[in-house]
Design a protein around this ligand. Structure first.
Ligand code: AMP
Ligand code: MG
Length: 393
């Protein structure tokens, strides 16, 4: 058997084939989960004007014990039309513009109003006390978000504060999921002899969507060379990424490799020193990336996370690397000769614990997993307490 490619090399080869997708303008309300294609500079100050951090009175800073005449009110969205002078105060709400002449705000809890149009100030006020300066959060012209950042809730709010209404985001990668297997029936369908429910079509589509992709086709194909070729031809025109599940091994009914080659997809690699996921296939046609993932449900998910997800991120201009941490194993784990094993773990009590039995058909081993821990190839057990590298999910 030919030498298996190691996981890092395989991933590098995938990333080397990625051409970043072109950007498009996306309204802020639709930006969640997209990737910024350009830096964002604040077009104006935020806050846009100097305002009060408290409900209270805008005053000139000074000692405690003063009685000031109330000469107006500044409300959020409705500034006062009177200035503050020595001996006067303007009633003010949180977020309201600081009136001219004032340099501090005394919080309402430190004042007493006798009801005769005056207010007694019971605490000293320092200059700028309870005052939020214009541009204190974001100064006009400064870069507040950077290209390649995934857009999260905070980024959307920051963009709004920076006077933006839309953001330049990478186009979503268009993805087709093609599941192969004569045994597959749709979820919920009654099972005939030897049949199983098609779970990969949905798990892979969900992983793709989570990675920011637009899943444009989910197709099931039977195990014939012709059907596989036809399905590939039908979807490949129109996508940035084609993900196939199953049929990529060496069995007599595995047609994916041959069908891809017949469809003009150039093989980059086949077979990785990985468990689960040894038969993983990767190739390209033009700029389109094509992944043949093994059919076992855990293998399909793990290889998607290791190879397809980084590609989807890179296509959008984001950092493809998953976050990695080093943690101690909290149990002994057997090693596999010649292949790194990626086991599903939960992180708690200062270490990593396996999610249960790790067979490539045991999809419940993905349930609640925090990450994939790499058990380096070898013989014998990797003993409890050994530090392993975990890719967080
Ligand atoms: P294959 O890679 O086609 O040899 O399939 C390996 C195993 O994964 C077999 O037990 C298949 O029945 C199973 N399998 C293949 N495709 C799917 C799928 N879409 N959903 C769930 N299981 C699958
Ligand atoms: Mg099959």
């Amino acid at each position: 058997m030919s030498a298996l490619l190691d996981v890092q090399t395989a991933r590098s080869r995938v990333l080397a084939a990625v051409r970043v997708l072109s950007p498009e303008d996306v309204p802020l309300a639709d930006c969640l989960g997209r990737v910024l294609a350009a830096d964002v500079r604040a077009a104006g100050d935020s806050p846009p004007f100097t305002n009060s951090a408290m409900d209270g009175f805008a005053v000139r800073s000074g000692p405690a014990g003063r009685t000031l005449r109330i000469v107006g009110e500044s409300r959020a969205g409705a500034p006062a039309d009177t200035a503050v002078a020595e001996g006067t105060a303007v009633r003010i709400s949180t977020g309201a513009m600081l009136p001219a002449g004032a340099d501090a705000v005394i919080m309402v809890e430190r004042t007493v109003e006798p009801g005769d149009g005056t207010v007694r100030v019971d605490a000293p006020t320092a200059p700028s006390q309870n005052v939020r300066g214009a541009g204190e959060d974001m100064r006009a012209g400064t870069t507040v978000l950077t290209a390649g950042m995934p857009v999260d809730a905070a980024a959307i709010g920051i963009a709004a504060g920076a006077h933006a209404a839309a953001l330049a985001c990478a186009r979503r990668p268009r993805v087709a999921i093609l599941s192969t297997g004569d045994e597959l029936v749709p979820p919920g369908a009654p099972l005939g002899p030897g049949q199983i429910h098609n779970s990969n079509a949905l798990t892979l589509a969900a992983l793709a969507t989570t990675a920011g992709a637009d899943v444009v086709a989910r197709v099931h194909v039977t195990d014939t060379a012709e059907a596989t070729r036809d399905a590939i031809a039908a979807v490949l025109q129109d996508v940035d990424v084609l993900v196939l599940s199953g049929g990529v091994s060496v069995g007599p009914h595995d047609h994916v490799k041959g069908a891809l080659e017949a469809s003009g997809v150039r093989e980059d690699f086949w077979r990785v020193a990985l468990r689960p996921g040894k038969p993983t296939w990767f190739g390209t046609r033009g700029d389109a990336l094509v992944f043949g993932l093994p059919g076992n449900p855990v293998s399909a998910m793990v290889t998607f996370l290791l190879f397809v997800r980084p590609a989807l991120r890179a296509l959008q201009g984001a950092d493809p690397a998953a976050r990695r941490i080093a943690v101690a194993l909290l149990e002994d784990v057997p090693r596999t000769e010649g292949r790194d094993e990626l086991v599903r773990v939960t992180l708690a009590d200062g270490g990593a614990t396996l999610t249960g039995p790790q067979g490539s058909h045991v999809l419940t081993s993905m349930r609640g997993a925090d990450g994939l821990a790499r058990i380096p190839a070898g013989t014998g057990d990797l003993v409890r307490g050994t530090e392993v590298e975990v890719e967080l999910l």
